[in-house]
Every structure is written in structure tokens, then in C-alpha cells.
Design a protein around this ligand. Structure first.
Ligand SMILES: *Cc1c(COP(=O)(O)O)cnc(C)c1O
Length: 429
């Protein structure tokens, strides 16, 4: 609109044809129409009622994060200096001795372990991921129920992961090869050994301990809780609830390990983690996201999620054959989560069909199937572990969260789910 007005104004100038030629630099700085690449290339964008899933691009970055990325993009900086300064600031905020911005929690896991293995020895840094004959340690111990897919990050260093179940198992498995005792917070209730016991074991045996809290804020206090508890390394994602860059995360913990992790990280190029590059814009964007998240009004935000979930639940719960339930996952992805399920004698629909109708409807909406790992999206459907695919086939449910909804989208989600359930309900033979 504004642009059109300006153009009209210009054409009214009598001397328009006589304007002097512009230099290339001047031409470049002329206001131009902003491109909308999502529209231009026909990429599907959607309302995200599923959650902070990587394959759905995680989160919408906070406005101040985007501003930071844009403003810092016009300057050159030394990457190490940006990491030094931002790392010190982040460390203060999260009660850690030191911190660095990694390119996600997964990268933080690889880098943290690499730092333990190599210390500040550049020759060792160059040798990774080949450990044989180097004198470097080669094993990570974790509880069986904590050994899930993201532990692949440790394998990238050349280490292997040893599973244990009891404290006695840990004592038995520990050797001069043990580099790290790793804990997965979201599975804390599934393991026999609890957080404090894990930290105490590490201290007793003289082995560093780490914890993966990738998706485990809120509560905001988790940012410092595990540093305070005594874990040597803590890994968290930047592009989930913190709404930082999706390709950023934080490695925080002991000063000497973080310094060694930095040696394994870009800008250095003789390392296993050269591919874990984080540019200055994202390092600074991550810092702003963290700051904003810590100072945010979490109570208000929680209430708004509850209001949205109640609105969506209210739109469907009185329909025939429908059951709704709101629960809050305790240890990670902690947000009010609505499960809508139904009697398939009344509502002729599977969970997958409802998700597809929402996905390919207008506007497009993504809903979740629940705590089941959906690995990636391909040709209009989710690819899942074959064992899980079997379970999903007959599941008459969808799961909805509100934390990634933009203002006003809760009403649209409520209306669309109701429409689809009504349609499938009245169509029953
Ligand atoms: C998301 C997640 C990761 C990976 O985090 P990125 O920031 O995407 O690298 C690791 N562990 C757990 C438990 C996660 O949920």
C-alpha cells in the first residue's frame, strides 16, 4: 500500500524522466518489494497445533531474535570473539562456569563429549573420530531407558554407548575407557537411578556427568537446575520453547570442558564438528532468545495456552462419541496437551485421516499423534518407525498443543476439528 502511494507520488513529479543515472550502490539501496518465498515457491505453510517438532521447522522465532539476526547480519565479527562474549553472558544467566552456542542440543552433545576426549590437545582434536591407539577414552555410560536415538550424537566422536540399569551396573562397567556418564531428563522416571544419584556417582568415580534437557523448558528454572545440581555438562535446544534459531542450542557446564569443546568447533576446520557451524547472527539470536525467555511472563503465557486448549476442547467435547483429555507432560514438552479420541462406531475416521484432512484443508493445520516419534515428512505423509506405524494405523486420536499457535489460530483450529468430526460423525452408515 505504502509503496503504491510513493510510486503515485513519483509519477506526479514533472522531472521524473530527467533523473540522473544511479550508481549500482544507489540502485541497490532503493526500496524494493519484499519477496515472499513461501508463496513464490509454493511451499506449504500451516498452523502448528502439533508442537516444537524439528521436521515442522520447530518454532516461530521471537521478533527480537529476528531483529537481532537482521541487525547483526550487516557486520563482520570474529566468530571466536562472539562466542567468548556471548558464552560468558549465557553462563551467568544459567549458573554455569561456561557456555557456548552450538547448532542444537545434538551438536552440544557431540561437542561436549569431544571436549572431554581431547582436552586442549590439538593432535587429539584432529584424530577424532578415530580413537584406537590415541589414548583417548572411548565409552559413554547411560541407563538403558535413557539410550534413545539422539545418543547418536555421541557415536559421532567414535565412542560407543554402554547401557546399564542399576548403580551396581555402573560401578561394574566403569573403566579407564569411560569418558562420560550421560542422563536423559525426559526419561528420568523410567530409570532406576535418579538425577542426584547420577551426579554423586560421577563425582565418586571421577567421571564427568551430562544431561540432555533439549525439550525441557518450561519450567524456566530447568535452565539452571541441573547446573546447580552438579552436572558437568547440560545440553539444550534453542529452537523449541525458547523460540531461538532452530539451528542453535546451548552447551553449558564446566569451564575446562567447554574450552576443549570450543577447540573441536568451528571456525576451526580440522575437527569432527566443522559441519556444526553457527553463524554470528544465530549465536547472538540464541543469546537474545535465552534472555527473553528468562525474563518472560511464564504465568501469563501458561494461562494463554490453557485458554486456547480449553477453547479447542470446548468446540468438540460435546460431539457424540468424542472423548477429550487435557494433560501436562511432566518432564519435557511441558505444555497443556489435549488428546481428542473417539468411538469409531460413531465417528468414521482414523487419527491419520483426521490429521490428513486438517493438513490438506484450508488453512492447512498440523496436529499431533501424541508422544510418538514421527521422523520426517515426505510426499504428504509422516514417515515413522515401522513398529510405530502399525500402532498408529488403528489409533482414533489426535493430540493438540497451543504453544506454537499464533494469536487467533486457536479459534481456527477449534472450528476445523469440529467441522471434520461432525462430518465424519453424521456420515456414519
Ligand atoms: C530435540 C531433541 C534433541 C535434539 O535437539 P536439536 O536442538 O534439534 O539438535 C535431543 N534430545 C532430545 C531429548 C530432544 O527432544
Amino acid at each position: 500500500m505504502k509503496r503504491r502511494k510513493i510510486l503515485k507520488g513519483l509519477s506526479a513529479l514533472p522531472l521524473i524522466g530527467a533523473l540522473p543515472l544511479r550508481s549500482a550502490a544507489e540502485t541497490l539501496s532503493l526500496p524494493r518489494k519484499k519477496r515472499d518465498l513461501i508463496q513464490e515457491l509454493g511451499i506449504r505453510s500451516f498452523i502448528n497445533a502439533a508442537g516444537t517438532l524439528t521436521y515442522m521447522s520447530g518454532c516461530i522465532m521471537d521478533e527480537e531474535v529476528v531483529e537481532t539476526i537482521e541487525n547483526t547480519s550487516r557486520h563482520f565479527c570474529m566468530i571466536d570473539e562472539v562466542q567468548d562474549i556471548v558464552g560468558a553472558k549465557i553462563a551467568q544467566l544459567v549458573h554455569a562456569e561456561a557456555a557456548m552456542v552450538s547448532c542444537g542440543a545434538f551438536s552440544a552433545m557431540t561437542l561436549g563429549l569431544a571436549g572431554i576426549l581431547t582436552g586442549l590437545d590439538i593432535r587429539k582434536v584432529e584424530q577424532l573420530p578415530h580413537l584406537d591407539g590415541t589414548g583417548m577414552k572411548s565409552e559413554v555410560i547411560c541407563q538403558k531407558s535413557h539410550n534413545e536415538r539422539y545418543n547418536h550424537a555421541f557415536l559421532n566422536t567414535g565412542c560407543r554407548v554402554i547401557e546399564v540399569e542399576t548403580i551396581e551396573d555402573v560401578r561394574k562397567e566403569v573403566s579407564e575407557k569411560t569418558a562420560l556418564l550421560h542422563f536423559l531428563n525426559i526419561q528420568a522416571n523410567e530409570g532406576k537411578i535418579k538425577h542426584e544419584e547420577w551426579v554423586a556417582l560421577g563425582k565418586e568415580l571421577g567421571i564427568p556427568t551430562s544431561i540432555d534437557i533439549a525439550a525441557d523448558v518450561p519450567p524456566v528454572s530447568n535452565l539452571w537446575k541441573f547446573n546447580d545440581m552438579g552436572f558437568d555438562l547440560v545440553f539444550i535446544s534453542g529452537g523449541k520453547a525458547m523460540r531461538g534459531p532452530q539451528s542453535a542450542g546451548i552447551l553449558m557446564g564446566k569451564r575446562d570442558i567447554i574450552a576443549a569443546a570450543r577447540l573441536n568447533a568451528p571456525p576451526r576446520g580440522f575437527t569432527i564438528a566443522r559441519g556444526h557451524k553457527v553463524n554470528k547472527e544465530e549465536i547472538l539470536g540464541m543469546y537474545v532468545a535465552l534472555e527473553k525467555f528468562i525474563s518472560g511472563d511464564h504465568e501469563r503465557e501458561w494461562k494463554s495456552w490453557e485458554t486456547s486448549i480449553a477453547r479447542i476442547e470446548g468446540a468438540v467435547k460435546d460431539l457424540p462419541g468424542i472423548t477429550t483429555k487435557v494433560a501436562v507432560p511432566e518432564l519435557g514438552n511441558t505444555t497443556p496437551t489435549l488428546t481428542i479420541s473417539w468411538d469409531d462406531n460413531v465417528v468414521k475416521l482414523t487419527g491419520k485421516e483426521l490429521r490428513d484432512h486438517l493438513r490438506f484443508g484450508s488453512p492447512s493445520i498440523e496436529a499431533g499423534f501424541g508422544g510418538l516419534p514421527l521422523y520426517h515428512y515426505q510426499a504428504g505423509s509422516d514417515s515413522v518407525d515401522p513398529a510405530i506405524a502399525e500402532t498408529l494405523k488403528g489409533a482414533n486420536l489426535i493430540r493438540v498443543t497451543a504453544w506454537m499457535l499464533q494469536p487467533g489460530e486457536d479459534k481456527i483450529v477449534a472450528k476445523r476439528i469440529r467441522e471434520e468430526l461432525l462430518k465424519a460423525g453424521s456420515a456414519k452408515g
